[in-house]
Write a protein of this length. Sequence first.
Length: 117
Amino acid sequence: FSQAKLVRALRGEVLDVAVDIRRQSPTFGQYVAVLLTEDNKKQLFIPRGFAHGFLVFSDEAVFSYKVDNMYSPSHDASILWSDPTIGIDWGVDEDKLILSVKDKSGKLLEDAILFDE
């Protein structure tokens, strides 16, 4: 039930992050972060085998997803947003973040469900 995604911010400002979780990939554990805004109109394609997260910088945001597979909640997994082995620079102090229960309970990359091609 993995998904490829094409995402963009229709309103607001979002830092979008994709982490390579393909076990055999030469870029395994590396990430890319792109600022998506209603003004810059950038989009980010996230292929299957990448974990996906985002941080909203604006007071509100409308975020658009196009996906190539149905969402399956029973197959959903989460990597800890602050995993030091990945080292994502979210661009904001930790004490200013509002995190969901899911975000707080993510696993370290070394313990996560990974993608095998």
